[in-house]
Design a protein around this ligand. Structure first.
Ligand SMILES: Cc1cc2nc3c(=O)[nH]c(=O)nc-3n(C[C@H](O)[C@H](O)[C@H](O)COP(=O)(O)O)c2cc1C
Ligand code: SF4
Length: 493
């Protein structure tokens, strides 16, 4: 089969198995845990799934007690892939004993700027996700799971619906699964395209049929008070997609990949100015940003041989990094100590042609539009940030605007905001996370592009403002003409 022309020849490498959907995946060398079926054009079917070890993790789980399965996941140190990187096994342990029913909610609402790895998992290996849900349900003793998919992801919804039908018909989902006394229903549902519904409590609100707005934590930690007021585990699509492999091969085998504190692999979506953007599955904590951007197996350098100016290491919410941070390993702790986060696994690379103020404005505008409006510092603050950046870009900036931006940012996220260090200037990093006056982290996320670029490229902001101040006042400047019947004002031209 010949690949259709969807972009640069190297993106992705066309092969006989080329799949026209989701062209962003790059099948690079290295261990593969969650993307290993992606090379098959029929990877989404039950037939292919069963031919490649599918549902064997579930069978292995059913041969053990739920507590043993939970212990295996805890032992694997499976870190959540939705943003915060919290270990799944420990989160599962927060369910209060005996307060049934419990629910599992799968967060497939992926929409952080730059992130598109969960979509690939849902489109290309829906049975792997379903099997992951079943293993989690078995370990936690629950009977109802909700799969919440982003509204725009039509193909993901279609593939998941087809896979669920196949799995129900084959006895993998439903009553007395594989002849055991374990029964579970999985309900597929989808959102209407609001970014904030990716936040777990907003997602629960939306599932309940309400407008998707975050709840206050505490008290509304989902494990304590979640869907319909019941204890609820919310896990990300990629987190759950790791479970079949872990149950099939064991936690020890899982820990042979990655680093001690971040075992296994993770999917990273790299976009922007690299030669070969796309989604890669990489070992955590072993590969560095430099390997990823410049390595032959990965992105093969900055496009056209240009210089790297800055990069967003973990989705639009994360503070930005610069060339000095290139040698950091792709692992939560060192990245957090260096002033940012790996977040949702989206990396946006910007070369030296990028205007820092324009780039910051683009991301801030996203957060201003997506703010749900429930709390004042975020609703008002993000709008003001956007407007001030806009007037600076329009040549209408005032010298006081930079302090004003910093002041608004401080109202949303008080105190020093996480930023990368700058050795040449003797500036230390401020570690992640930021503080917040808001209900959820969306408000503080809007500060990331401003704090990052203001520290590093203040001169670019000042140049735009000074240029405007130094504009010559020419004789040709239009003078408003008062209407003939206007009262004299006493001012003479
Ligand atoms: C504004 C905002 C948007 C979020 N969007 C997503 C998302 O699209 N997908 C996701 O899995 N987690 C998202 N999260 C994180 C979730 O609240 C939650 O931590 C996650 O789904 C838990 O899954 P995990 O423990 O498996 O990572 C978002 C958080 C915030 C604050
Ligand atoms: S921080 Fe923003 S998005 Fe989050 S609850 Fe408040 S207004 Fe809504």
């Amino acid at each position: 089969m010949t690949a259709p022309d969807t972009g640069p020849a190297a993106w992705p490498d066309p092969t006989d198995d080329y799949v026209p959907h989701a062209p962003g995946y790059v099948d690079n060398p290295g261990p593969k845990i969650v993307t290993r079926r992606f090379r098959h054009p029929d990877s989404h079917t039950l037939e292919r799934y069963l031919a490649t070890g599918g549902y064997e993790g579930l069978a292995a789980a059913l041969r053990r007690t739920p507590a043993e399965v939970h212990a295996e996941v805890r032992e694997a140190v499976l870190l959540g892939r939705g943003g915060a990187g919290f270990p799944a096994g420990i989160k599962w342990g927060f369910l209060p004993p005996g307060k049934f029913p419990y629910y599992l909610v799968v967060n497939g609402d992926e929409s952080e700027p730059g992130t598109y790895k969960d979509r690939l998992l849902m489109e290309r290996d829906p049975h792997q996700l379903i099997e992951g849900c079943l293993i989690a349900c078995y370990a936690l003793g629950l009977r109802q799971c909700f799969l919440y998919v982003r509204g725009e992801m039509a193909l993901a919804q279609e593939r998941l619906a087809a896979a669920l039908n196949e799995a129900y018909a084959a006895g993998y989902v439903g009553r007395e699964i594989l002849g055991s006394d374990f029964s579970v229903d999985i309900t597929l549902t989808w959102g209407a395209g609001a970014y904030i519904v990716g936040e777990e409590t907003a997602l629960i609100e939306s599932l309940e049929g309400n407008r998707g707005m975050p709840r206050l934590k505490p008290p509304y930690f989902p494990a304590a008070i979640g869907l319909y007021g019941q204890p609820t585990i919310v896990n990300n699509v990629e987190t759950l997609s790791n479970l079949p492999w872990i149950l099939r091969h064991g936690a020890d085998a899982y820990k042979t990949y990655g680093s001690e504190t971040s075992p296994g692999t993770r999917m990273l979506a790299i976009s922007g100015h690299v030669e070969r953007p796309g989604v890669y599955e990489v070992e955590q904590g072993v590969v560095t940003f430099r390997d990823l951007f410049y390595g032959e197996a990965y992105c093969r350098g900055i496009r056209g041989g240009r210089e790297l100016k800055m990069f967003i290491p973990g989705g639009g919410s994360s503070p930005w990094f610069f060339p000095e941070q290139l040698d950091l390993p792709l692992e939560g702790r060192p990245v957090g100590a260096a002033g940012s986060m790996l977040g949702s696994g989206a990396i946006v690379v910007m070369d030296d042609t990028v205007d820092a103020v324009e780039a910051a404005h683009r991301v801030v505008r996203f957060f201003a539009r997506e703010s749900c409006g429930k709390c004042t510092p975020c609703r008002e603050g993000t709008t003001w940030e956007e407007r001030i950046l806009e007037r600076i870009l329009d040549g209408e900036g005032r010298p006081a605007d930079l302090d004003l931006l910093a002041d608004i940012a401080d109202n949303i996220s008080p105190g020093p905001y996480p930023v990368a260090g700058w050795e040449a200037e003797g500036l230390e990093p401020v570690p992640f996370p930021p503080r917040q006056t808001t209900i959820c982290p969306l408000g503080p996320s809007s500060v990331a592009p401003i704090a990052s670029t203001l520290r590093r490229f203040r001169h670019e902001y000042e140049a735009r403002i000074t240029r405007r101040d130094s504009l010559p006042v020419t004789a040709e400047a239009p003078t408003p003409t008062p209407p003939a019947d206007a009262e004299p004002t006493g001012v003479t031209a």
